[in-house]
Design a protein around this ligand. Structure first.
Ligand code: SF4
Length: 389
C-alpha cells in the first residue's frame, strides 16, 4: 500500500501560527527512536515517511534521520515552514542527505497577512527564499495551505501568485482548518464558514486543473468540491483503504488511523456520495449541518478516476487493487483517532526526550496559545495592494 508514516522530530517551532495543530511540547525524538520507528515502517511495507513537527528543521539530527530512512528504502518527505531553508547551504545539506520532497506551508501571498497568520514577521520572505533554493535542488516541492477565515476569500489569488513566481511547483494541498485540535481550540475565530471558502476554492482548483497541476483538498465535504471530488484527501483514502501511523510528541503517543469518515448530517443519508465522503468534520463554533447539500451524482466515475490515477503513481502496487472500482459500503461516521496498532509492542508510544533548553529559556512562551495580537489588528482591505505595489 501507499501508506506514509509520520514522525514528529521535535515539537517546538520558529514560528507561531495561531491555528497550529501541533503546538509546542518540550519533547523530541533522538536518533535511536527514529531508527526504531523507521524500521517499523519498513517492516510494515510503508512507502515513505513524512518528517514533521513542530518544525523539523530545528532538529539537529534531521539529516541523519533522512539518511537512515533513504538507506532503508523509504521515500523521504518533510513538512516545513521553510524558514531555515532560506539558508541555501542547509537546504543543499538536506538534499545531499537524501530528502526527496518538501511540503512548504504558506497560507497567503499577502506579506502582512502571512506574518499575522504565522505570528512571525518576515515569514513569507523567508519562505520565498526557501522556494528559490529548493528549486535549485533535486527536492520536489508541494505547497500546504491551511484554509482559514483570513485567506478563504483569496485562495485563487494565492495560486495565481505561485504559478507566476514559482512555476516549478506542480502540486498543492489545502487543509481546511480543524478547530478541535491545537491552538485553534483557543482561537475559534480562525475557522472559515464553508460558504466563505466555496467560491475562491472552486476558482483555485479550476486554475490548477487548467494549468496541468494537481492538488488535494482535506476536510472539505464533497458537496463543496463535487467537480473535483477525486481530489479529496479523505475520499482517496477511503477508496484506497489507506492507513497511516503518526508518532506524536504529546499525550496522543502513537496513533494508527484507518477510518477517514467524520461527522455526517441527516441530509447525508440522501446523498449519493455518502460512501466515499469524509463528511462534515469537526467545525467547532462554525459547525452548521445546514451548510451541507446532498448531491445526486454517480460515485463510480470518481472512484474510477482515483483508481486510474494509481497507474501513474509509483507508490502503488496497482496489481493488488483490481477490485477498487467497486463502490464501498458506507463507513461509520466517527472520530478517526485512537485506533490500536496492528502489532502493539513493535512500536511503543514514543517517550520522546525532554528539551531542557526550552524549559530554561525565559524568552520562550510557557503558554503555547499566547499571542501578541488579536484579529482586529488585521490590515485594512486595500493595504496589501498598496504594500505589494
Ligand atoms: S451531503 Fe454529506 S455525504 Fe453528501 S457530499 Fe455533503 S457532506 Fe458528503
Amino acid at each position: 500500500m501507499a501508506n506514509l508514516g509520520y514522525i514528529q522530530m521535535v515539537r517546538h517551532c520558529n514560528q507561531n501560527c495561531g491555528f497550529c495543530s501541533n503546538p509546542e511540547t518540550p519533547f523530541f525524538h533522538n536518533i535511536e527512536q527514529i531508527r526504531q520507528i523507521i524500521d517499523d515502517f519498513v517492516a510494515r511495507d510503508y512507502f515513505g515517511v513524512i518528517l514533521t513537527g513542530g518544525e523539523p528543521t530545528l532538529s539537529p539530527i534531521l539529516p541523519d534521520a533522512i539518511r537512515y530512512a533513504r538507506e532503508h528504502g523509504l521515500h523521504v518527505r518533510m513538512i516545513t515552514n521553510g524558514q531555515k531553508l532560506a539558508d541555501g547551504a542547509y537546504c543543499q545539506e538536506l538534499a545531499d542527505a537524501g530528502l526527496q520532497h518538501a511540503h512548504v506551508s504558506i497560507h497567503s501571498w499577502k506579506h502582512k497577512l502571512e506574518d499575522f497568520l504565522t505570528g512571525t514577521p518576515g515569514s513569507l520572505a523567508w519562505a520565498e527564499e526557501a522556494l528559490g533554493h529548493l528549486g535549485q535542488t533535486s527536492i520536489s516541492v508541494d505547497i500546504n495551505t491551511v484554509i482559514n477565515r483570513y485567506n478563504c476569500d483569496h485562495l485563487d489569488e494565492n495560486i495565481a501568485w505561485f504559478i507566476k513566481n514559482f512555476p516549478f511547483i506542480r502540486h498543492f494541498v489545502w487543509n481546511n482548518l480543524d478547530p478541535s485540535i491545537g491552538r485553534a481550540t483557543a482561537h475559534q475565530y480562525f475557522t472559515a464558514r464553508l460558504a466563505d471558502l466555496e467560491v475562491s476554492l472552486s476558482r483555485a482548483m479550476r486554475m490548477l486543473h487548467e494549468s496541468g497541476r494537481t492538488f488535494r483538498v482535506e476536510r472539505v465535504p464533497l458537496c463543496y468540491m463535487t467537480e473535483f471530488a477525486h481530489c479529496s484527501t479523505e475520499t482517496r483514502k477511503i477508496v484506497k483503504s489507506e492507513e497511516r501511523i503518526v508518532h506524536f510528541l504529546d499525550n496522543k503517543g502513537t496513533v494508527r488511523q484507518t477510518e477517514w469518515g467524520h461527522l455526517y448530517a441527516d441530509v447525508c443519508g440522501q446523498c449519493s456520495l455518502r460512501s466515499i465522503c469524509g463528511g462534515l468534520f469537526d467545525r467547532g463554533q462554525a459547525y452548521d449541518p445546514n451548510e451541507l447539500s446532498p448531491v445526486f451524482v454517480d460515485p463510480r466515475p470518481i472512484i474510477g478516476r482515483i483508481v486510474n490515477d494509481l497507474q501513474s503513481d509509483p507508490a502503488w502496487r496497482v496489481a493488488k487493487f483490481k477490485n477498487l472500482a467497486a463502490v464501498p459500503s458506507a463507513h461509520q461516521g466517527r472520530s478517526v483517532t485512537g485506533g490500536e496498532l496492528a502489532r502493539p509492542g513493535k512500536v511503543q508510544p514514543p517517550t520522546g526526550e525532554r528539551l531542557a533548553e526550552m524549559l530554561s529559556d525565559p524568552k520562550r512562551r510557557q503558554d503555547p496559545t499566547a499571542r501578541d495580537w488579536n484579529p482586529e489588528d488585521l490590515p485594512e482591505d486595500g493595504d496589501e495592494d498598496a504594500q505589494e505595489a
